[in-house]
Design a protein around this ligand. Sequence first.
Ligand SMILES: Nc1ncnc2c1ncn2[C@@H]1O[C@H](COP(=O)(O)OP(=O)(O)O)[C@@H](O)[C@H]1O
Ligand SMILES: [Mg+2]
Length: 1187
Amino acid sequence: MTSFCLFLCFQGDYVWLDHKTGREFDVPVGAVVKLCDSGQIQVLDDEGQEHWIFPQNATNIKPMHPTSIHGVQDMIRLGDLNEAGILRNLLIRYNEHVIYTYTGSILVAVNPYQLLPIYTADHIRLYTNKKIGEMPPHIFAIADNCYFNMQRNNKDQCCIISGESGAGKTESTKLILQFLAAISGQHSWIEQQVLEATPILEAFGNAKTIRNDNSSRFGKYIDIHFNKRGAIEGAKIEQYLLEKSRVCRQAPDERNYHVFYCMLKGMAPEMKAKLGLGLATDYSYLTMGNCTECDGRNDLREYSSILSAMKVLMFTETEIWEISKLLAAILHMGNLRFEARTYDNLDACVVVRSPDLVTAASLMEVEPKDVMVCLTTRTLITRGESVTTPLSMNQGLDVRDAFVKGIYGRLFVWIVDKINAAIYRPPSCESSLIRRSMGLLDIFGFENFFVNSFEQLCINFANENLQQFFVRHVFKLEQKEYNLEDISWQHIEFTDNQDALDMIANKPMNIISLIDEESKFPKGTDATMLYKLNSQHKLNCNYIPPKNSYETQFGIQHFAGVVHYESRGFLEKNRDSLHTDIIQLVHSSRNKFIKQIFQADVAMGVETRKRSPTLSSQFKRSLEMLMRTLSVCQPFFVRCIKPNELKKPMLFDRELCIRQLRYSGMMETIRIRRAGYPIRYSFAEFVDRYRVLMPGIKPSHLQEDLRGTCQQILTARLGKHEDWQIGKTKIFLKDQHDMQLEIDRDKAITNKVILIQKSVRGLQARKNFLRLRSAVTVLQKAWRGYQCRKKYRIMKTGFLRLQAVCRSRKYYRSYRKTRLRVTLLQARCRGFLVRQAFARHLRAVLTIQAYTRGMIGRRLCQRLRAELQRRLQAERQRLAEEEQLRNQMTMRRAKAEAERKHQERLVQLAQQQEEREREVKEEARKKKELLEQMEREKDQPVDHSDMVDRMFGFLGDSGPLPNQDGQAPTGFEDLERSACAEEEEVLGEGLRLPEEEEEDLSQFKFSKFAATYFQGVSTHTYIRRALKQPLLFHEDEGDQLAALAVWITVLRFMGDLPEPKCQLVINDGSEKIPVMTKIYETLGKRTYKRELQELQVEEEVRWPDVQKRNSVRHKLVSLTLKRKSKITEEVARRLTEGGDYALQGNSMLEERPTSNLEKLHFIIGNGILRPTLRCVTFTSLKETLEI
Ligand SMILES: Nc1ncnc2c1ncn2[C@@H]1O[C@H](COP(=O)(O)OP(=O)(O)O)[C@@H](O)[C@H]1O
Ligand SMILES: [Mg+2]
């Protein structure tokens, strides 16, 4: 913050920056404070430039009124109601593409130089029947107010559109016309005609200038007439001051009137040929500005629109053709060449004979010779005598140009009249009372060029008039308002431009009349005129006389500034009359049209023509008429502003704009306002705006005594005796008071804003906090839920596990208990069983023991008996011998001898006994050894094959060598012997073992089964032959073959079929593959039929007839066990030769002899793996075993 002596300024504040350059059109520029640092201020102005303000230049900046910061719609509201304020307001709005702004009832329109989307049908609808100020400023709002005021107040309206060339007057006029046509009518013919007048007027009255591609070179006032219902009924166009000189001369880069270029571009070639026309570049009148084309305009298209507009406005074909003829004649005239000559020491000239001359003359239907004479000589009539004098070349050229201008000017007037004839309906008596009109004045604004000629004087004079009208209107409005509001305004004074107007045209000896007078005076020249002006007006403060007698310029202080006029050429221009010769020439023409447009001139006599009104008097008269018309109208003002000279959008030239603002006279409004109370508020507005200054004041709509409240505020804030006034509905304030109120309001609002901000921030923070809190709660809820669920799940799992553990323990315990019990029971049972078994065993053992002991006992007994027998026999023998010997010897001796012999025999017997015992011992020892050996062999690997062979050795011809008696297998030798021994030995009867209960199987007789199921002739009796077909029916080929193979194997196992004779050693390793594996492999391939058939076919082809059967068999062989062995040809042959056994279908059985184990495996394996074969296997076995 920096404090200056004048005011405090903060960063971001808006200020006015006055560079104080002293230039005429320099006004303070708006700026924003960027930095406040140690007494210096950095500001950024509206143009985007930065400036440092030092304390010594502190007066260069002033605070900006708040209303100026962001712009207002009505500039009357600006606190800074000055040029700078208005300029900035226009600038900031223009930068936002807002081109319209009000200043009271005046509409300021800044030319956007681009098409803005603000003229649509929607906009027309939006602005219809709205009060000014109700909607944003717009040209339509003005048009709408004009129209509705007219209807409401039953009063004629006018709309004065002014501004520099190119500021947008004509466009605004057209927009208003469009709006009126849209809201008033029903697209009637007359409406269309009124609208179509514009293109014709523009074609003949507009041209491309450096400022405007479609610059109107005349002023116009269109008076539109409305009927009672508000529909367009007609119109009248008034034209002012067409710039005729343009026909002959154009500044660089400018063009002649559009119509010439359009005609040359758009006219049909044959018509052009008739008129002798070529290209625009062929005509010197069209090429002076070196510009025949205009960007953005299409001359060809324009021409057709001109023609169609002419047709709408009732131009006949002949008229159009006649117009074209005259235009062509003008162009040809322009191409005439003059040559300077001297006759009798007099400068003279001749027109070079050329096709142009002939064509021009023929188009005007005059003699070329007459044209030549007319352009090179002048006839003067003095005292009844006519004298012809030659003209110099320059004079000749001037005459030609004057003629051409005369033609064009009159043509233009004729066209306007023609248009009026079409669109103007003179009011009938009663309709004049109810008919209302609305005038649109599209007139050139105040002009101040480097060199200003007579036309500028006329234009500025017109603007001076309009300005006065404007000022009076504004002041009148002000007065009206003060009166209405009961405000004392007597002390408010204002000055208008009456003095200047008086000097130019009103008071006797005014400038216009002096010029006029001098124009009519035969000897009058521009110099005499200037002299008279000087002498008459040099004391007038609005007149600025030339600085010296050589100076030809005089100045006039206009409302918008001083303009210096170049007096040379004034009189000539003012006279604006054609020479008699030319009128004569026209008179001689056979062309009715040219005669018609010159009608007035031709009709006038020579003398009357001399006294014919000058241009200025004509203009003054029409202006007076216009002002009269305007004065009875309710006026609206549109001030068009051109933002730059380059016709570029978004470019704002401050100096150019401020100049136009000054010329527009808008400052007068401001001045008038300033003289009184420039700031006004309605009570409601005031209360609403300033109620913040006093606590406790309610808004306006809740107030009962608004006036009282306003007074209360004003008294409190400004003091009772200050210069402010309260009207009936409004408050009137001076600038400084408003400023004071604004500053106070600003402070108060700032405080309130801070309060509101505080509360809002608090509210927001609270809201935010609550939102956060609820969010947090939600989060927490979710999180806690999640946590709890997680814990619960863990706990649940834990409990489940606990339950499981408990249950398992319980079960374990009960299991253990049960087990224990079961074990105990088992133990008991086992014990019981064991005991039972033991008892049984014991019994058995005892029995065995008993039997064995019995047997031993019997054996011992037998032995003892035999011993006894032998001993008895020996005794008997001794006795016999004793007897015998007694005969021979003494008794005693015989006895001794017999005894001795008996003893010898006893010894022998004892020896025999001993011998026998030793044998028995030996045998026992052998048995023991054998047992031990068996015991040892038990741990040795068993040769199953041998075992089987041994086991089934009893079948006789089985075994490695079939049909040979085998020996009892090792370990079973004793069986035979013991069986034999048992047969020999009578061991007596042992204990009978309990008989097993037998099932009654009588119903399930095998014979019965065989009779039912066996195929063919097979019976339940065993046949020792190979079968032709399986016993049972099998669907599967494999099963059939397997069944046959099984049967053959059974036969072989039983020894009823011989083993294959040929013992081939096929070392393909397949022998090592267990039989089971082979059987297993054949499974899955349940049917080989297709394969088989294929094979058969194949074989048939290869081995016709003979080998057919064999190949099938071969296949059967290989398919049965799927043995893809390398069967040699021999095997194949053998197979094909095979007799009864040939259909064995098993290579295993065919190729080589197999062991019993293999056979057994094969039989049982098939039984296991082929469920359908189980029956067969069983049947085969059963049949076999039944034998
Ligand atoms: N309201 C507008 N919107 C768009 N362009 C405009 C507008 N007013 C004027 N212009 C442009 O400015 C040019 C000059 O306008 P014009 O009305 O002919 O100026 P003036 O009649 O004041 O000499 C137009 O040709 C047009 O390009
Ligand atoms: Mg214009």
